[in-house]
Each structure stands twice: as C-alpha cells, then as structure tokens.
Design a protein around this ligand. Sequence first.
Ligand SMILES: [Zn+2]
Length: 219
Amino acid sequence: MGLTGSPEPDAVLGRRRDLADQLGFDLERALMTVQEHGANVVTFHRDRPEGGQCVLSTDGLATDVPGQAIMTYHADCFPLLFVDSGRGVVAGAHAGWRGTLAGVTGSTVGALGKAYGTRPDELRVLIGPGICVRCYPVGEDIGAQFAARFGDEDRYLQRGDGQVRLDLEAAIRLQLEQAGVPADQTSSCGSCTREDARWFSHRGGRPGRFLSVIVAPGR
Ligand SMILES: [Zn+2]
C-alpha cells in the first residue's frame, strides 16, 4: 500500500481504491501522513472541513469530519487507532521507537483534548500489528533514553543474552496510561509483523508497507 519506492505506483493506487470501495469510504477525502517518526499531530474539523491531502511531517492525524478516513503506513512500526465515539472523533498514529520515544502516543491524546474536548477516559484505543519484544533488540542507549523519559523500565525493557529488547507495545500501553487512558480501554491485535508473514516487515526483510485506516462515523 506504500508508494515510496514502489516499482508499481499505479498498482498501489488501484489497491487503495479497492480497499476504499470495500470499506465504503471516500479515498478523495482521506487524510494521509508523510511520516517522520516524530510526535506531531494535526487535527481536522467539521466546521471547516478539508480533505484529500497528505500532511507533511506528522505521525498523528485526527478528524471529526463525518466519513473522513485517516490512513497511516507501516512495516514493524505500530498503527494506533483512537476513537471518541461520543463526539464522533477518530485519530490514527504511527509509532515506532523514535516516535514512541518522542511521545507520539501521549501527544495524540493531548491533541484530541485540545481540539475536540475529548477526555482521556473517553477514548478507546486499538494497537495494531507491530514488531514484538522477542524480535526487537535495540541499543542500550535507546533503552536508557526510554527509561529516562518514561520510567518504569521493567514494563518494556527485557535484558538477556547481552542484549536489550524493547517491548514497544508495552511502552505504548504505559504511555496511554500515563496520559490518562484507562488500561481496560486499550486493546491490541497481538500480531508480530516480523513473525507473521501476512504483514510487511522492515526487520523481517519483507519490504513494502501495509495501510491502517480509521473512518470518522457518519457521512
Ligand atoms: Zn516477533
């Protein structure tokens, strides 16, 4: 589903159109990210709707425009999907280690509060497929940066065989809790992109990107 580096861009666009038709959203009005592994979040609003655009330098998007879709692209980095059903607000974010360390999870929760008045305890969050802790050795320096910023390192760092492994999903869950989202309102699909060959995986040597989409309710 990713265009960057694709040898067949027309085929990619055709697959996106097929997906939009199957799910029933308007691809022309969809919002997409040009992701940079950061913590920037951009919000869109029904009283001044805009659509059909790629937003530069952002890893989180939110909208309350009825029927508007948000699309993010992934290959080991986690898709995060947020819903405030009471206000008809949805958000999508892209969270690898850099974005998670930069705080994209918490900044999305914060942006929803600022833009729409969403309280963290009104959110439901789905963590999509991403790389699991077994498959994700990282440098000691990266582990140390997480510990310094978020604390509670036993929840997301595993040490053994002279290696540090990062449990990115656990770090994301911790950050959601720190942002005030109740733990029982977060769920995950529990699928590892490196081990499960259905997914594209940077570390697994399956180049390409899968797409995550969330659509604001209504038309
Ligand atoms: Zn794995």
